[in-house]
Write a protein that binds this ligand. Structure first.
Ligand SMILES: [Zn+2]
Length: 465
């Protein structure tokens, strides 16, 4: 048994307690005879220390021989409910109780909002190069394996499938890469996927957004709606839920929605949104899988090289800034709109933010990101995500980056600070205006007719067994 502190990470629907600091018992603060138990001296001192740090209090104990999500014995219940009031009064936050099942290292957790009964958590996530999740089956039922998933399940086993399928996954940016990633996650059997993007499909996107149609572009449909349609047709889960977020991740509203997810795919190329995701990965312990492509041409326009990268941001692995994939100076430029200002771009003798991508190579990027996801969640060979990867097209070489985790990195050092994170997001009108404008735009009668027919067909096909 042990006491630790936690910081809160508050999403729009979910609240997470991030385990922060362990407070070890001093001599005489723990009874070791008979049933180990917390002493009130230990709980009191730890509460005061937690309060000084601005944290909440967690009582942890183990059931050495049990496996899976642990419930409370009568004695556990009495202990936690007895100390609930002390912890809440001193720290001003609810007590958290956690139990470790010693046989398989599964954690369970509950909040104590009052002393009568705990509110059980839905899952406990352990985040490192390997993401490990213990699910509370009563709150998040075990997903049924469907007929269309048979080949997936035979590849990595039913227990991996049950664990992966329940993850809430967010894809930020529904462009060429994001759209592909989202569909393949749906086909894998993930039950809950969110897509976040405030842009609409335009005719210039059609060479890369595979699955988007001329009708989508003509109607100026939201990219998230197109992604949702394609995901629904690819989904293999019995209960599939897609959430569309027409917001910007650079807005506090977008950040709070992102905090509801277990894994985030970063499929955006601009510095500001990438900086926000880079922060969340460490401050809120949500693994962010990021990557991108850069194409290099000679002066005469011939291709010199193409480089695509994939890396997962988790504690112990370098962040985008340390990897050189995010230039912090560019975040301010992006915020102030300078990266869209041709005069500034020309004057500063630099290139506009990379919008390059070709359809033939964008699936290489999405494939690299999805492989990171499989390593993170299914741990092939007992390993988690690799060091950051770089693929050089001209020589077809795969390089493992040696970039170390930055010892003085402000992002990586703000580990598990949760709601105390440095605010990078800002409330803005610009993206809201784009979304509003789209909703008031009226389509021609012909386009509306086509959309109606398309809707009828899609629904009819969806009902096929
Ligand atoms: Zn860093």
């Amino acid at each position: 048994m042990l006491i630790a502190t936690y910081a809160l990470s508050t999403g729009s629907e979910r609240t997470t307690a991030l385990v922060k600091t362990v407070i070890l018992p001093r001599e005489g603060e723990r009874h070791l005879h008979g049933n180990a138990s917390f002493t009130s001296a230990y709980v009191l001192r730890a509460s005061v220390e937690a309060q000084a740090l601005g944290h909440g209090l967690i009582l942890l104990h183990s059931h050495p021989h049990s496996a899976g999500w642990q419930r409370l014995s009568d004695m556990d219940r009495n202990t936690e409910s007895e100390y609930e009031r002390v912890a809440r009064t001193i720290t001003k936050t609810p007590l958290v109780g956690m139990t470790l099942g010693g046989a398989d290292e599964a954690w369970s957790a509950r909040f104590w909002f009052d002393r009568t009964a705990p509110s059980w958590a839905e899952s406990v996530r352990t985040v490192s190069a390997k993401l490990k999740v213990t699910w509370n089956d009563q709150l998040r039922g075990i997903p049924a394996v469907t007929r269309s998933q048979q080949r997936t399940v035979s590849s990595w086993g039913e227990s991996t499938q049950k664990s992966i399928a329940r993850l809430r996954i967010l894809v930020v940016g529904a462009g060429s890469v994001g759209l592909d990633v989202a569909q393949r996650l749906a086909a894998t059997g993930i039950e809950e996927i969110g897509v976040m993007d405030y842009d609409a499909v335009e005719i210039v996107n059609l060479d890369r957004m595979i699955g988007a149609t001329r009708l989508d572009a003509a109607l100026g449909r939201a990219k998230v709606d197109v992604a949702a349609r394609l995901m629904k047709s690819a989904a293999t889960a019995r209960r599939f839920r897609v959430s569309t977020h027409e917001v910007s991740i650079t807005d506090p509203a977008g950040v709070s929605m992102a905090l509801d997810y277990d894994v985030i795919f970063s499929c955006v190329d601009r510095p500001w949104p990438r900086a926000v995701l880079n922060e969340i990965a460490y401050s809120d312990l949500i693994p962010v899988i990021d990557g991108g492509i850069a194409l290099d041409t000679f002066r005469d326009g011939r291709m010199r090289n193409g480089i695509w990268r994939a890396h997962t941001l988790v504690p112990g692995r370098p962040c985008m800034a340390c990897l050189g994939q995010l230039v912090l100076g560019d975040v301010a430029l992006d915020k102030n709109g300078l990266l869209d200002d041709p005069e500034y771009i020309a004057g500063a003798n630099r290139e506009a933010p990379s919008r390059q991508n070709v359809a033939a190579l964008s699936s290489s990027v999405s494939a690299a990101l999805l492989a990171q996801f499989v390593s993170l969640t299914a741990h092939p060979g007992g390993r988690g995500v690799s060091a950051p990867l770089r693929y050089l097209l001209s020589t077809h070489t795969l390089e493992h980056s040696a970039a170390p985790s930055g010892p003085y990195c402000p992002y990586e050092n703000a580990l598990a600070v949760g709601d105390a994170r440095t605010p990078i997001a800002e409330q803005r009108e610009d993206w809201r205006a784009i979304v509003r404008q789209r909703s008031t735009k009226k389509a021609t009668l012909r386009l509306r007719g086509l959309a109606a027919i398309e809707g009828i067909l899609t629904r009819a096909i969806g009902r096929l067994k």
